[in-house]
Write a protein that binds this ligand. Structure first.
Ligand SMILES: [Zn+2]
Length: 310
């Protein structure tokens, strides 16, 4: 069997292949949400945060609908994970299951679709919920007078503020608040960029411009995270399904186990899992998050699982 490191690097390439498609879908979901929202309703609700939240509800619905096409790259990632698993069998490349007979359904495709439908539905619920929390964070700050209603409305209508989760929205609005208070000549850093406060002080137009700019960076960051996370999940699930199918068919010796591999600089959750070796059909155990079937164990997790002898 090839070294664990080779398996890990190959797995990452396999998973990464689906990230671009996921990012495009997430970006389209944001646009779809914005189109679903009535600009007139948002304008009318501007001075009433409760009504503003209501006026923004169609954004989340449109966003959720826009995420439906995620199913395709997720299913493809699962199948790619399955094919990847086939490559690392002891004794070289073997097809785990015989090719389906003509006219018969392909069991790999069937399993990929079943898993992909379920996982996509869960992802859409989670991502839409987080996006709704981001919207709430914005309206909550209007309600507590941390941001004037008219400015919040402008950010919603003109700029890329919607589509962030709660944590990123909070970061964006804190950045805006810091910029508003910053002394002339001060330098602010956000999203890998430096913002220089002019000697003449901050004007609201510049504040809006900076907020929009940083929001775009945060939105891209969020779509990168989503793409990486769902691609790893798909490929991991496909790989495990392949190993289990192979074991059930007697193509793997009974002694095969799987090991969690984090490689470089794992976070505290992954460090706890790193190196754990368990039978194929058993889950890993994390003292932080409990039972774990496969990576990712948190957003942006770069871990993978490798097949090991005995
Ligand atoms: Zn990890």
């Amino acid at each position: 069997m090839s070294a664990a490191r080779d398996q890990v690097l190959a797995f990452r390439r396999v998973a990464a292949r689906h990230e671009a498609a996921v990012k495009r879908i997430v970006a389209r979901a944001v646009s779809k949400g914005r189109r679903a929202m009535s600009r007139t309703a948002v304008r009318r609700a501007a001075n009433n945060p409760g009504r503003l939240l209501l006026a923004l509800a169609p954004f989340a619905d449109g966003y959720a609908a826009g995420l439906l096409p995620l199913e395709d790259p997720i299913i493809l990632a699962f199948m790619a994970g399955w094919r990847h698993a086939e490559r690392w069998f002891p004794g070289g490349s073997v097809n785990i299951l015989a090719l389906p007979q003509r006219g018969q359904p392909d069991p790999v495709v069937e399993e990929a679709i079943a898993w992909g439908e379920q996982f996509t539905a869960e992802q859409i619920v989670d991502l839409t919920g987080e996006t709704r929390q981001g919207v709430r964070e914005l309206t909550a700050r209007v309600m507590t007078d941390q941001i004037p209603a008219a400015q919040a409305t402008r950010l919603i209508l003109d700029q890329s503020t919607l589509g962030l989760d709660r944590r990123r929205m909070a970061g964006l609005l804190s950045f805006r608040a810091r910029a508003a208070r910053a002394a002339p000549g001060a330098v602010l850093q956000a999203g890998g960029r430096r913002y220089l406060v002019p000697e003449t002080g901050m004007r609201v137009e510049r504040l809006d411009e900076w907020t929009g700019d940083y929001a775009s960076t945060l939105l891209l960051g969020r779509s990168d995270t989503i793409a990486r996370t769902v691609s790893v999940a798909g490929a991991s699930a496909g790989q495990l399904a392949a190993w289990l199918a192979a074991q059930a068919d007697g193509l793997l010796g009974g002694g095969q186990r799987k090991r969690w591999e984090s490689l470089l600089l794992p976070c505290v959750i992954c460090r706890d899992l790193n190196g754990q070796t368990v039978p194929l059909h058993e889950p890993f155990t994390s003292k932080y998050v409990g039972v774990v079937t496969y990576p990712p164990v948190h957003p942006n997790c770069r871990c993978s699982v490798v097949l090991v002898d005995g």
